[in-house]
Design a protein around this ligand. Structure first.
Ligand code: ZN
Length: 204
C-alpha cells in the first residue's frame, strides 16, 4: 500500500506536533495500533498467539487503564480486546479454517465468525471471563451474533427462542430460519451462561 508522509503522520497524530516521521525501521506498538486502526488494516484472519497467562493477566489487571494517557485509551482497549479475542479464537477454533455458527448451524470460514460471549462480556465477573472453555461460542457475522447480543434471541433448554419482536420483514425472515433450532454448542457446563443471558434480556 502507498501512504504519503502526511497521511502517515496524521494517523499517528498524538506525536505529530513533537516530531514527524521521515522514515523508520520499527515503530512503537501504540503507533502501530493507530496506523492499523486508521487504515482498517487489522486482519480478521490473523490474531496474535496469546498464552493463557497473558490472557489471565490482562483480564485481572484492573488498574492498568489508569496508567494509560487518555488519548491512548482507545488503542489500549482495542489491543486488549484483540489479545483476548486472539486467545479465545485459538482455543475455540483450534486452527480450523471453518467452523459452525452456534445459532444458525451454518458452516463458515472462521473469519466470518465471532467468539461470542454467551453472557454479555461487560456483565461477566473476572472468573467468568476466564472460563474460556464455556463462556464463548462461535456466532456468525451475518446476523446471529447481533441478534443474540442485542437480545432478540436467546437459548432456552438448548433451543433458539425469540425474545423481542421487531418490525422488519428481512429480519423476521432471518428469525424464521433459526427459531426452534437446536443450539449446536449448548451443553450442561455453559447452560448457566445461556440462562443468565435470558434473564438479563427478559427482566423488565
Ligand atoms: Zn449464524
Amino acid at each position: 500500500m502507498n501512504l504519503t508522509y502526511e497521511e502517515f503522520n496524521l494517523a499517528c497524530a498524538e506525536d505529530q506536533k513533537k516530531y514527524i516521521f521521515r522514515g523508520f525501521l520499527l515503530i512503537k506498538e501504540l503507533t502501530s495500533y493507530k496506523l492499523l486502526t486508521k487504515f482498517n488494516l487489522f486482519s480478521n484472519r490473523y490474531y496474535e498467539d496469546v498464552s493463557f497467562k497473558e490472557f489471565k493477566d490482562d483480564i485481572l489487571a484492573k488498574n492498568k487503564k489508569q496508567l494509560v494517557e487518555e488519548n491512548d485509551l482507545e488503542y489500549f482497549v482495542m489491543k486488549k480486546i484483540r489479545k483476548e479475542q486472539g486467545f479465545l479464537r485459538k482455543q475455540l477454533f483450534n486452527h480450523n479454517d471453518t467452523y459452525k455458527c452456534a445459532i444458525c448451524g451454518k458452516e463458515y470460514p472462521v473469519e466470518f465468525l465471532w467468539c461470542s460471549h454467551i453472557k454479555k462480556r461487560e456483565k461477566c465477573t473476572p472468573e467468568e471471563k476466564l472460563d474460556y472453555k464455556n463462556i464463548v461460542v462461535p456466532m456468525c457475522k451475518f446476523g446471529c451474533d447481533d441478534l443474540y447480543e442485542k437480545g432478540y434471541i436467546g437459548v432456552y433448554n438448548g433451543k433458539i427462542i425469540q425474545l423481542k419482536k421487531i418490525n422488519n420483514s428481512n429480519i423476521n425472515n432471518y428469525l424464521k430460519n433459526i427459531i426452534n433450532k437446536n443450539c449446536l454448542f449448548y451443553n450442561s457446563t455453559n447452560k448457566k451462561y445461556f440462562d443468565e443471558h435470558l434473564k438479563i434480556n427478559t427482566e423488565p
